[in-house]
Design a binder for this molecule. Structure first.
Ligand code: GLC
Length: 551
């Protein structure tokens, strides 16, 4: 193990919401559904549930492994470390960035085959998340702590685009360390979107920061970081950007195109699923860390109310399965007043043809976007996986998303996991929606390209839903090519068969995503770091009529 750069550690359980890790109940609930898939998942379920009945003995297992671990005998058979793991650790370590002697993050890519660096020589907040998880799972928490503190410090900087000042809570998209050889000092230079292509602030960065702070706390048991006044303030500043009252009629967050992983125009402006799922998860993580003193109490109250409204909205209006599609297909339009069924006035004629063939009888997903007269039916992998991890998806919805992935494997996973979205935009639609973006041509980059980094989220979702075999299939695909192709950023083509036209090589999150997926499969108890159990207080999906005010 040591030779792979790995330390053997288990996940610690430390936050007050300890029962997040008690997956017994989470796995119990959908058991009926799981049983119907028994032949497929038989072994994996028994592997998973073997230890989940106990969560009080994390530290007394042999070799420091968690008792929630896969039994050691089968671990030896199934989890012989793949030679790619050692290579991946080496590459990940090569990407580490230091600030005044301390590790503070990882570069987006260390591609020595090209001179065209662009901003890939920076530490991106979203890109660092899988690196951070890999380090935490390996018992190396220092780099994560320094990263959290440095980015928190950067939050304080003045941020402007021309004469316009950005909100105080905005977290950077990325930062770089510049060394001043004269004064022999390192400086941090951050980008909040003011130098990014398109000049859009990263809405996801703050959410990832909160999610990572919880992961750090959960994994190390070190409550002292999240409880510092600085961290408490940081959380509140991020959330005050989202919880402020305004003209909104929906609990979802209104966003500009390009404000998240998809950082170019792709027609996701409005209420993109990726942001809504991360928003939900960040709210829940914040709730578990905020102290209820001073203005903390008010913030907690706001969060609780928003979570209720947001989960109701998402579970009802973003959810699409065969039944729901059929209902929308038969929608009446131009309805007025509280009795409207088609509340957002979606025109059935706007349903794209592909979705009728794509939708299986069993399975479903959260659509890309819902707004006035607008439903983006595209599938987005990140938003759906995060919905499962955060329990924004109900247990039934989570299982349905997994069913869909299995059913539409060729379309959503293909030969190189995982499609960022499905299907792609082409022809006239591509011209209009992307503004003729030459990087986002059909089945490339953000437009239906395949991103290996998404493997960690898929794997985590599979483990949470008790279906690790699906992840193993995806890992096998990755292992057949990723290393040989020098860890590309993304793949192109309908099946993801070609290394992306402008893909960086040695893309750090492709490397780290693979490591996280492998470590999660090896020790499923790590899931507690990045997963939240269903909130008992949150009401299950209610019939739409129940949301109407009493007249
Ligand atoms: C690209 C991706 C973005 C990522 C960045 C660094 O801009 O779209 O999501 O953070 O590269 O890897």
């Amino acid at each position: 193990m040591e030779s792979l750069g790995l330390r053997a550690v288990g996940s610690h359980c430390s936050l007050s919401e300890m029962d997040d890790l008690d997956l017994t109940r989470a796995l119990d609930r959908p058991r009926l559904k799981i049983e119907r898939k028994r032949s497929f998942d038989e072994r994996s379920m028994s592997e998973l549930s073997a230890g989940y009945g106990r969560h009080d003995g994390f530290h007394d297992s042999p070799r420091g492994r968690s008792v929630l671990d896969t039994p050691l005998s089968s671990a030896r058979n199934c989890f012989e470390p793949h030679p790619m793991m050692a290579e991946a650790w080496e590459a990940l370590r090569r990407s580490m960035v230091f600030f005044r002697g301390h590790p503070v993050g990882t570069l987006a890519a260390v591609d020595n085959t090209t001179d065209e660096v662009l901003n890939y020589d920076q530490v991106f907040v979203r890109d660092f998340v899988p690196s951070a998880l890999a380090f935490l799972m390996n018992g190396e928490s220092d780099i994560v702590k320094h990263f959290l503190l440095k980015t928190l410090h950067l939050q304080d900087s003045e941020k402007r685009v021309d004469r316009f000042k950005l909100g105080k809570g905005v977290m950077p998209a990325s930062f770089k360390v510049r060394h001043d050889p004269v004064r022999e000092k390192d400086h941090l230079i951050a980008d909040f979107g003011e130098t990014a292509i398109g000049r859009v602030a990263p809405v996801d960065s703050g959410f990832w920061w909160i999610i990572l702070l919880r992961a750090y706390t959960k994994s190390t048991g070190d409550l002292t970081l999240s409880e510092t006044p600085e961290c408490q303030k940081g959380i509140k500043l991020i959330l005050s950007l989202c919880l402020a009252e305004g003209f909104d009629t929906f609990p979802t967050l209104l966003c500009a195109d390009g404000c998240s992983m998809i950082d170019r125009r792709m027609g996701v402006y409005g209420y993109p699923i990726e942001i809504q799922a991360l928003f939900y998860m960040a709210l829940r993580c914040a709730l578990s860390m905020l102290k209820s003193d001073g203005d903390g109490r008010e913030c907690i109250e706001k969060i609780t109310k928003r979570l209720h409204a947001l989960s109701f909205h998402m579970r009802n209006y973003f959810w699409l399965d065969h039944q729901q599609l059929n209902d929308i297909y038969r929608y009446k339009t131009e309805e007025y007043s509280h009795t409207a069924v088609n509340k957002f006035n979606v025109m059935p004629d706007s349903i794209p043809d592909w979705v009728f063939d794509f939708m299986p009888l069993r399975g479903g997903y959260f659509v890309g976007n819902v707004g006035p007269a607008h439903m983006d039916f595209r599938w987005f992998a990140l938003g759906n996986c995060v919905s499962i991890l955060s329990s924004l998806a109900t247990p039934d919805q989570s299982m349905a998303i997994m069913d869909l992935l299995e059913h539409r494997w060729a379309e959503l996973v293909g030969e190189m996991p995982l499609k960022i979205c499905y299907p792609c935009l082409e022809g006239h639609e591509w011209r209009i929606v992307t503004g003729c973006d030459p990087k986002n041509t059909r089945w490339s980059y953000h437009n239906g390209g395949s991103w290996p980094v998404l493997l960690w989220q898929l794997t985590a979702a599979c483990i949470k839903t008790g279906r690790p075999q699906i992840a193993r299939r995806a890992v096998d695909l990755i292992e057949s090519r990723l290393h040989r192709d020098c860890w590309p950023e993304y793949y192109d083509g309908k099946l993801g068969r070609y290394v992306g036209k402008q893909a960086r090589k040695y893309q750090t999150w492709s490397i780290a995503g693979y490591l996280v997926a492998k470590m999660l499969l090896e020790d499923p108890s790590h899931i507690g770091m990045i997963s939240l159990e269903e909130d008992k207080l949150m009401k299950p999906v209610i019939k739409r009529s129940a949301s109407w005010p009493q007249l």
